[in-house]
Design a protein around this ligand. Structure first.
Ligand code: ZN
Length: 240
């Protein structure tokens, strides 16, 4: 058969049918480089038999799997380190504040809350009207603060003088709470950003390395299948 020449395998020098292997020119670049690193004098016109080629193909697949695994482990280690990092300590603002709350501060909060309610206004208006009616009309014969209610003025001034700093205290505390919440948010954002960046690296690794490698392995399978198919066809030809 003139159109089916016999060729020599570059590994062991044995003679094979041309269908039983491939020329180096037909190999993928990575496998060809692998062969060339073992046989530096090999040329692209050299032939390698299927048996020896399989060894290089498997070595190539192994190398891909190993590099993918190493990369994944590296990214996972990074992620674990980021999760454990103390830089992003997150505190429960409400819990921290309520733990450090003194009796005075709690009273200030309650007073401020009551002072800013409709209930307080209602009660206050009622007391004012009662005071003025009792003293103005001298009901029940009581007139300890006759018109123009100078004592009432004094009482009102005292209440206002005390209420203002109490409200300020409460406001300071809510400002503290806001500041702590903002700090917390900042840390949470920082942590999310870091994790997101690692996730990006993971996705990049998946799309740029792992998926192409999987496709390459699939291609290899198809190549081997087509080689088997052509060998079968050759066998069938020889039988006829
Ligand atoms: Zn061989």
């Amino acid at each position: 058969m003139a159109e089916n020449p016999e060729v020599q395998c570059l590994v062991d020098g044995k003679t094979y049918h041309v269908d039983e292997g491939l020329y180096l020119a037909d190999l993928s670049t990575t496998i060809r480089q692998r062969v060339k690193s073992d046989y530096p004098e090999a040329k692209v016109t050299d032939f390698i038999c299927g048996h020896h080629l399989l060894k290089y193909r498997l070595a190539n697949v192994d190398a891909m799997i190993n590099s993918d695994l190493k990369q994944s482990q590296k990214i996972n280690r990074k992620l674990t380190r980021a999760m454990q990092s103390d830089d992003y300590e997150i505190t429960d603002v409400n819990e921290t504040l309520s733990k450090s709350l003194t009796f005075g501060e709690r009273v200030a909060d309650d007073v401020a809350r009551f002072g800013g309610s409709w209930g307080f206004i209602g009660i206050f208006v009622f007391i004012l009207l009662a005071w003025m009616l009792i003293n103005g009309l001298q009901l029940f014969g009581v007139h300890f603060d006759p018109y123009p209610f100078i004592l009432l003025n004094l009482v009102l001034s005292c209440i206002a003088a005390i209420q203002a700093p109490i409200i300020m205290m409460s406001q300071n505390r809510s400002a503290d709470r806001d500041r702590m919440a903002a700090e917390n948010d900042f840390h949470v954002n920082l942590k999310s950003e870091h994790e997101l960046r690692i996730l990006h690296a993971k996705l990049d690794h998946l799309s740029q390395n792992q998926i192409p490698h999987t496709l390459e392995v699939e291609k290899l399978q198809i190549e081997i299948l087509s080689e088997i198919r052509s060998e079968l066809a050759e066998l069938r030809d020889r039988q006829e």
